[in-house]
Design a protein around this ligand. Structure first.
Ligand code: NAD
Length: 394
């Protein structure tokens, strides 16, 4: 990855530009604090004939005024917005947005702007990939999950009725622009959700960043621009370490799926039980990491100390350490069976491919395919153990 940071004056913060390379694809990631005017200046250079802004009603209410008047001065703007939530990531919603974008006279010179969290980001990604077989996409992420995780991936996906992210493609943005100031309005829960992914990167890819993460967590004040800038820098570094040679995240970058197999299943099962009151994506992934740590320990791979480190970080992030609410182990297992990593390894009965660590930053499997088959019974044992025991470190 090439990284260039340039100081910007008069904006109350620095304007950073890093080139993100994912396989053969490269795009600039611009970020700073209070830099919306600069972002609008960059968007003007795109020469768009129209902007299609995919967002949600919360983001629109909180931050729409920062962006929309300036955008309208550049070109006509069509805003596609919905009540926020994972429900947006459906085929019917995507189909509606495609029709509305075309109905608003989108052309090949149109730019789709993903303005919001990972949900509008994924929808906008698919929308831009589909219209005329591909129009330009720009991300303006407003959640920690989006800014520190999803925009650093080319994966664009929506959900099927069977599971998360089952329908999608790979699509590259022209550029990413983050104004850290917009992240500071996130509720604590959403803020922490992105931090869970940052923690995943530290545990699985860049354990040298763990002392820094602990410091940020111990300081509280997670939504200060300084903490968020540190986390964004570290996330770009860790994530591009594994995606630089793996555009499709189907080889070395599968490490990014750490915590995701059981995490996704818990997230989906909780949505079915509690709707939008359920766990956030990041909380579910954090929980999935301690399940993975317990499975690895039960195999005689991961040390008890390393499991305890997982638990301490997950606890500091405010994520659960046992199944939430009324969710049962069977609720989780019934979803885990449909995990989207099936097929990477030769099928084995009652098993699914799983990312496991043997220690911090030490992957099981091979460097090019960091997956091992895990039996559903092992996941059951780990979940039942977590529901039964206190955290080992407490
Ligand atoms: N590779 C990838 O593409 C990738 C990676 C990680 C996550 N994801 C996807 O991203 C989604 C989760 O992303 P998310 O957590 O950003 O969800 P989200 O987009 O639903 O945002 C979460 C909530 O935060 C609100 N919000 C957004 N910005 C805000 C702000 N600045 N201030 C206050 N509230 C704000 C939203 O309205 C929403 O209620 C999942 O669907 C996941 O699958 C994709």
């Amino acid at each position: 990855m090439v990284s260039v940071s340039e100081a910007a004056t008069g904006m109350g913060g620095n304007w950073h530009v890093r080139k993100v390379r994912i396989g053969e694809v490269e795009f600039p990631y611009h970020y700073g604090v209070d830099c919306t005017d600069r972002i609008l200046g960059e968007l003007a250079d795109l020469g768009a004939d129209r902007f299609i802004v995919v967002t949600d009603d919360t983001v629109l209410a909180l931050h729409g005024e920062r962006i929309l008047p300036g955008l309208r001065a550049l070109a006509p703007v069509e805003v596609l917005s919905q009540q926020p939530g994972e429900h947006m990531k459906s085929l019917s919603q995507l189909s509606d947005y495609v029709e509305r974008a075309l109905g608003a006279h989108a052309t090949r010179s149109t730019v789709v702007i993903a303005f919001g969290g990972g949900v509008p980001g994924n929808l906008a990604g698919l929308l831009s990939a589909l219209i005329f077989r591909g129009v330009r996409l720009v991300h303006i992420p407003t959640t920690t999950v989006a800014a520190m995780d999803s925009v650093l991936s080319l994966k664009q996906a929506i959900n099927s009725s069977l599971g998360k992210n089952h329908i999608g493609t790979y699509y590259s943005p022209e550029a990413v622009y983050t104004d850290i100031r917009m992240l500071t309005t996130l509720p604590e829960r959403e803020l922490r959700s992105g931090l869970c992914e940052a923690a995943k990167n530290c545990l699985a890819i860049a354990p040298d960043a763990l002392p820094g993460l602990r410091k940020v967590l111990a300081n509280g004040g997670l939504n200060t621009p300084d903490s968020l800038l540190w986390l964004l820098d570290e996330s770009i570094r860790a994530k591009t370490m594994v995606t630089a040679q793996d555009t499709r995240e189907q080889r070395a970058a599968l490490v990014l799926e750490y915590g995701h197999t059981t995490g996704h299943a818990v997230e989906l099962a909780d949505q079915r039980l509690r709707g939008s009151e359920g766990l956030s994506h990041g909380e579910a992934i954090a929980f999935g990491m301690i399940v993975a740590a317990r499975i690895s320990h039960a195999r005689g791979w991961m040390s008890r100390e390393c499991v305890i480190q997982h638990e301490e970080i997950v606890a500091a992030l405010g994520a659960p350490q046992r199944l939430p609410g009324k969710m049962t182990v069977d609720d989780v297992l019934s979803v885990v069976r449909d995990d989207n990593k099936r097929g990477y390894l030769p099928a084995e009965p009652d098993s699914i491919p799983y990312v496991l660590l043997k220690g911090l930053g030490d992957l099981a499997g091979t460097e090019n395919l960091p997956l091992v088959q895990v039996k559903l019974a092992e996941i059951r044992d780990a979940l039942e153990g977590l529901n039964r025991d206190n955290a080992w470190g407490s």
